[in-house]
Design a protein around this ligand. Structure first.
Ligand SMILES: [Cu+2]
Length: 299
């Protein structure tokens, strides 16, 4: 199972991962500027309404599995004949990563799941846990594909004293290049975010200015090797996960609001919103309990 924190594990050296922390991450094959996902406008639409921190009544776990409905598609090789660095890139033959389905389990990898409060003016108070996420999230390019293909960020959280303000967690995003040739990483994201820089061989760069959004992912490409793609979601809390090879995911320590109602959201790079919109669908959680949330997708 690849959890939320897969990315953290690679990047955050030690402390954080010992206990059952919560994770975050996001991914896709997009090209060109990231467009709005047709979300809720909640990222910017809070002006005027007071933001309320949820007073949690315990912690729940949400786990489940995303499986392919029908005969799983095979990962299609991408023909890079004649493309820049084709011979070197062939060390890791590129494949279309939009549908990564495990033939045995039919599990779908790199589906993003997270929770959000029912009301747009509500938020989770992450002030007590934010420190755990201070480390690095690293995106590697050992050959001509991004590793991992999907990332989650927890860059900032809402100020418990004034929910309209966001406080940085201190998490940093590093793009590395272990390949013997340059990559040129192009990232677009929420609020017109743009990063477009060459990463020379055996070097890395820090990407700054990542902000949380329930509506818009980060789309990551390489302008030198245009088949390369990755996605990332950055959220204002860490209650998220990315499905692993067998399609399974687990979100731990989900704050239980009074009444237990939350929204469960899922996103796939080609299908986009699995439950209709960035609002997801209703889910009920209970302190100390695990909710099973299984669902299917098909092309
Ligand atoms: Cu590249």
């Amino acid at each position: 199972m690849r959890k939320f924190w897969r990315a953290w594990i690679m990047a955050i050296p030690v402390a954080i991962l010992g206990a059952a922390l919560i994770g975050c991450s996001g991914g896709g094959t997009g090209s060109g500027p990231t467009k709005s996902e047709g979300g809720t406008g909640s990222d910017t639409g809070t002006a005027g309404s007071e933001m309320k921190a949820i007073v949690a009544k315990g912690k729940a776990t949400i786990k489940g599995k995303v499986t392919y409905d029908g005969t799983p598609p095979e990962a299609t090789p991408i023909d890079i004949t004649g493309k820049t660095d084709a011979a070197l890139c062939a060390k890791e033959p590129p494949k279309d990563q939009r549908w990564q389905v495990d033939p045995a389990s039919k599990g779908i990898m790199d589906v993003y799941v997270w929770v959000r409060p029912v009301e747009k003016n509500e938020y989770f108070d992450c002030s007590a846990i934010a420190d755990k996420y201070k480390g690095e999230v690293k995106l590697d390019q050992p050959v001509c594909a991004f590793h991992p293909h999907g990332l989650l960020f927890f860059p900032e959280y809402r100020d418990p004293k004034d929910g309209k303000k966001k406080i940085k967690t201190g998490q940093t995003f590093i793009v590395g290049n272990e390949f013997e040739k340059p990559h040129n990483t192009k990232i677009s994201g929420p609020l017109g975010f743009a990063f477009n820089q060459t990463i020379e061989p055996k070097t890395s760069k820090t990407v700054t200015g990542i902000t949380a959004s329930y509506d818009t992912p980060y789309t990551i490409n390489c302008t030198i090797h245009p088949w390369m793609s990755a996605y990332a979601w950055a959220l204002e809390h860490p209650y998220a996960a990315i499905s692993g090879k067998d399609g399974s995911f687990e979100i731990k320590d989900v704050p239980v609001p009074p009444g237990g109602k939350l929204k469960f959201v899922a996103w796939h790079e080609e299908k986009r919103w699995v439950f209709g919109s960035a609002n997801g669908e209703a889910i009920t959680v209970e302190d100390g309990k695990t909710v099973e949330k299984n669902f299917t997708l098909k092309k």
